[in-house]
Write a protein that binds this ligand. Structure first.
Ligand SMILES: [Zn+2]
Length: 348
């Protein structure tokens, strides 16, 4: 069988579906690649653009080959048939002028291939003005254009844009797949990173990965030993050391809280699975230890669910630009009391 999109680990079914699309001449028009942060959406978009222009004809050779002229020029970003837009470093949105400039390119004929690819990352973060400009382009894209839009969630994208795109969902990778990526990148603490990766090689390789995993691990220990309940200030400090509320960029702090909150969510879901005795042994959402999971699983289901509610609420509040210090303090206090033993009424 022909190796498909060989530089990208995982996503086997999606790879096959898109290869079928390509073979039927239907890798044209607009696609929206959706999936969690760091699962390889941008890399996949680049590989799709390469596959659409690759000159390798050997049916047993990898596709894209990565070696031919068009493949090489796309990977070096010197191809006239490949345009990619990402959020500039230090910014939160792609400037509208950049979106307009790319859309102006759309009408032009391909330089050396049959297809020209246009990749736009963070479509959900585009300003409304940009999304509207994009919408016009999506209404009647030229036959030769392949538009690859990238977002983390479909709910971030205007419904009118969604309805004009074929949606390609890129899910989380397995721990083993993440470990394979980490091995290729020669990452340190590979197993620890993979276990706490949330199925995302990008997240596992990020600067925050180890800090987030450690904070989460310590917090879980404090929750099961009830330290978080009896001495909440210690746990507030644990989270504070990682998040650093008040220092540096608020956006970075929020992304750190988000990360820890989501890792805690995954650990609690693991505990529920252990509690119900469901699921296949060995498949875990988080890197939480068996001891921690066993302690959590020993709690009544309602308490674990109450803790999950706390985390869901925090996740939603994070979208509303909250005060990070208040949020992290509240998170620890509420988690502590959600998971703490019920108070025994004092007798007099
Ligand atoms: Zn090629």
């Amino acid at each position: 069988m022909r190796p498909l999109f060989p530089t990208l680990v995982g996503h086997d079914q999606v790879k096959q579906d898109l290869f079928n699309c390509l073979q039927r001449g239907r890798l044209r028009g607009s696609f929206l690649l959706v999936g969690p942060e760091g699962v390889g959406k941008a890399l996949f978009a680049e590989q799709l653009a390469m596959a659409a222009t690759c000159k390798e004809e050997d049916p047993n050779a990898p596709l894209p080959c990565g070696q031919c002229g068009p493949c090489g020029r796309i990977s070096r970003r010197s191809s006239g048939d490949f345009h990619a837009l990402a959020v500039p470093e230090g910014k939160t949105k792609i400037p509208i002028a950049a979106v307009r400039a790319m859309l102006d390119e759309l009408a032009l004929a391909p330089v050396e291939s049959k297809v020209r690819s246009f990749v736009i990352e963070g479509v959900g973060d585009l300003m409304e003005e940009s999304q509207n400009a994009l919408l016009k382009a999506l209404e009647e894209p030229p036959e030769t254009a392949l538009l690859l839009l990238i977002a983390e969630r479909t709910c971030e994208v205007l419904p009118t844009i969604l309805s004009r795109c074929r949606i390609v969902r890129l899910g989380e990778l397995t721990e083993e797949e993440v470990a394979r990526v980490l091995r290729d990148k020669q990452a340190d603490q590979l197993e620890f990173r993979a276990a706490w990766s949330a199925g995302s090689p990008g997240q596992a390789l990020s600067d925050e990965a180890l800090g987030a995993a450690e904070a989460c691990q310590v917090l879980l220990g404090e929750l099961v030993s009830e330290v978080a309940y009896r001495d909440p200030l210690a746990s507030v400090e644990t989270l504070g050391e990682f998040v650093q509320p008040g220092k540096g960029e608020a956006r970075l702090q929020r992304s750190r809280v988000t990360r820890v909150a989501r890792l805690l969510q995954r650990s609690l879901r693991d505990a529920l699975v252990v509690r119900e005795g469901e699921g296949q042994p060995g498949i875990r959402l988080s890197g939480a230890s068996s001891e921690v999971l066993a302690s959590l699983a020993g709690l009544p289901r309602g308490r674990i669910e109450a803790a999950l509610d706390v985390l869901n609420r925090v996740d939603q509040e994070l979208d509303r630009n909250p005060n990070v210090k208040l949020l992290t303090d509240g998170l620890v206090l509420e988690l502590g009391s959600a998971l703490a033993p019920p108070r025994i009424p004092s007798r007099r």
